[in-house]
Design a protein around this ligand. Structure first.
Ligand code: FMN
Length: 394
């Protein structure tokens, strides 16, 4: 099922490197052409000859790299995927920093293909805030993290950090390579907060990080859709493989959406668009002693309501952050805007947080997804949308 696919398998220096030999065997068995790159410390755990024998290709090492012109550039080109398994805590830290101090990190940095990372380490190394920070950075950079599994560890402890079993990695790979559930669909997503200027240095905004919208956009790309992401100001990097449009204010977002909405099939409004803007934006910085006692506000246009009310609207999905009575408030919003699907989340728990609990409201009722990281939640949402768009069986 992987016939004709070229895969770079990166192996780092952890105990689980021995499992990587089985992974190489399974990938080759499924038809992939596998090139293995080992870190110097990986060779202390497993011999390169093992991988050479299993893949039928010479193994790339820091020492042998100098025999070839630009292997770090060439290796990441024309590949279906770079799969690093096991990925050590150290390698994850180096990838998070964009370092290029050996052939494997150089290849990852110069790649033109997706990168999947399969962590394997002691549970305390895994749970350490430094490792979790680095992993979050990788996710924000569009890198897919596979696992880890929980259970008995080589060090004798029990907990999260075991490398995902090779057959499960191959299963996940095969699933990702199926034609996506949104193949052929054009999806427009909004994300992030908006900024409404009071003067050149002050503004009204909100606590949205943009993570949920970016995750939805990434999940839609993974599902095979052609995706445009219209984003308010965030610190996040654009996920790979989509068209990115950056805006600042609610009116900027409104214009960017209206310009593109006629070319989309699905509109997913995740952005926390400011409901109000200052009635007047001062062109000069307002002096401290001239501070107004109050700021008059004007309502911003409701982008989602506008799109949903178009004569031929796309399939519209709204996001609502509520602080109480989620179902009641959410359902009232969904009906008022005539949306096929509304996603409600608890504002206090969702804004700025790395994970989320989504409550979906549609004509069939309520669907609650358990709290998980935002990308996993986004993948579940995309699967639900694809299900809703399926023609009914007659
Ligand atoms: C016996 C032994 C086992 C190790 N196992 C792991 C492991 O499972 N996961 C991990 O992240 N680091 C592990 N380490 C530490 C890494 O080998 C070390 O951080 C190394 O610098 C990683 O290099 P690399 O990321 O370039 O492969 C282990 C070290 C030793 C000596």
């Amino acid at each position: 099922m992987l016939a004709g696919k070229q895969i770079v398998l990166g192996v780092a220096g952890g105990i689980a490197a021995y499992k990587s030999a089985e992974l190489a065997r399974l990938l080759v068995k499924a038809g992939a052409a596998v090139q293995v790159v080992m870190t110097r410390s990986a060779t202390r755990f497993v011999g390169p000859l093992t991988f050479q024998a299993l893949t039928g290709n010479p193994v790339w090492l820091d020492e042998t790299a100098s025999e070839d012109a630009m292997p770090h550039i060439r290796l990441g080109r024309g590949q279906e995927l770079i799969l690093v398994a096991p990925a050590t805590a150290d390698l994850i830290a180096r990838l998070a920093q964009g370092r290029a101090d050996d052939l494997l990190t150089q290849t990852c940095l110069a790649r033109e293909c997706p990168l999947w990372v399969v962590p394997a380490m002691n549970r305390q190394m895994w749970q350490n805030p430094a490792t979790q920070r680095n992993l979050q950075q990788l996710r924000d950079d569009g890198i897919r993290i596979v696992g880890p599994a929980e259970g008995e560890q080589a060090c004798g402890e029990t907990g999260p950090g075991r490398m995902t079993e090779p057959q499960d990695i191959v299963q996940e790979l095969l699933a990702a390579m199926q034609p996506g559930v949104l193949a052929g669909q054009r999806v427009l997503v909004t994300a992030g907060p908006t900024i409404e200027r009071i003067d050149p240095v002050r503004a009204l905004t909100n606590f949205s990080s943009g993570r949920m919208g970016y995750a939805v956009a990434q999940a839609a790309v993974e599902a095979g859709a052609e995706v445009t992401l219209v984003s308010g100001p965030t610190c996040l990097q654009a996920p790979a493989g989509l068209d990115m449009v950056r805006v600042e204010s609610a009116s900027g977002m409104f214009a960017a959406v209206m310009e593109r909405v006629k070319d989309c099939d699905i509109f997913i409004s995740v952005a926390a668009v400011a409901d109000f803007r200052p009635a007047v934006t001062s062109p000069e910085k307002i002096k401290k002693d001239a501070a107004p006692a109050s700021i008059a506000l004007l309502p911003n246009a409701d982008i989602l309501a506008h799109v949903a009310a178009l004569p031929a609207p796309p399939f519209c999905v709204g996001f609502a952050a509520e602080t109480s009575r989620l179902v009641e408030h959410g359902e009232a919003k969904r009906r008022a805007k005539r949306l096929p699907l509304l996603v409600v989340n608890q504002a206090q728990q969702a804004l700025g947080s790395p994970d989320n609990e989504l409550l979906l409201l549609d004509d069939r009722g309520e669907h609650l997804f358990a709290r998980t990281d935002k990308l996993s939640a986004a993948r579940q949402l995309i699967a639900h949308i694809a299900q809703m768009l399926k023609p009914p069986v007659t």
